[in-house]
Design a protein around this ligand. Structure first.
Ligand code: SME
Length: 165
């Protein structure tokens, strides 16, 4: 049994450091990327408060052989399965290879509402050898839930996972 119990009083940087350590411990010896994404989604859910969705979209292909994001392991309500590059918050992060920190999802052009409870969102690309292989997506029902500290912490987690998923 894995029992990770983050202290609720931790500041965000320390919380993300402990999350990364736990994710490192769970993924360092496992070669199956889907298993690793599933455990990391569960860890994010345990460590970070005020989320209503946490998980991965993987880089895949559509029927025409074009790259697009495909739903991966997550915690939360069922979500849209395929997202074209450049569309929504996830597709924008994947196409631009940059973190998207969205304080108000209703103000983001093309935002895809998978859960109507979502108010703010943070999406970080996972980049391996210069290519986006996945994105990590966090949604919150709280407006402006995510800060630069969340972006920094999630980017460090994405970097650690790049060759494990
Ligand atoms: N809101 C995302 C879609 C994925 S769900 O939030 C799980 C977007 O605009 O890309």
């Amino acid at each position: 049994m894995y029992d990770f119990k983050p202290d609720p009083s931790l500041d965000p940087a320390e919380r993300y450091r402990q999350l990364r350590d736990a994710a490192d411990a769970l993924t360092s010896t496992e070669l199956d990327g889907v298993a690793n994404m599933a455990n990391v989604a569960a860890l994010i859910w345990e460590f970070l408060p005020d989320l209503n969705w946490a998980g991965f979209y993987r880089m895949g292909q559509n029927a025409r052989g074009e790259s697009e994001l495909v739903l991966g392991p997550f915690v939360g309500r069922p979500a849209c399965i395929r997202i074209p590059l450049g569309v929504g918050v996830c597709g924008t992060a994947a196409q631009s290879k940059t973190t998207q920190l969205v304080e108000d999802v209703h103000a983001f052009p093309g935002h895809i509402a998978c859960d109507s409870a979502s108010r703010s969102e943070l999406v970080v690309p996972v980049i391996r050898e210069g290519k986006v292989v996945a994105v990590i997506d966090l949604d919150s029902p709280e407006p402006a839930r995510f800060t630069g500290a969340d972006a920094d912490g999630l980017e460090a987690l994405a970097q650690m996972l790049a060759d494990r998923i």
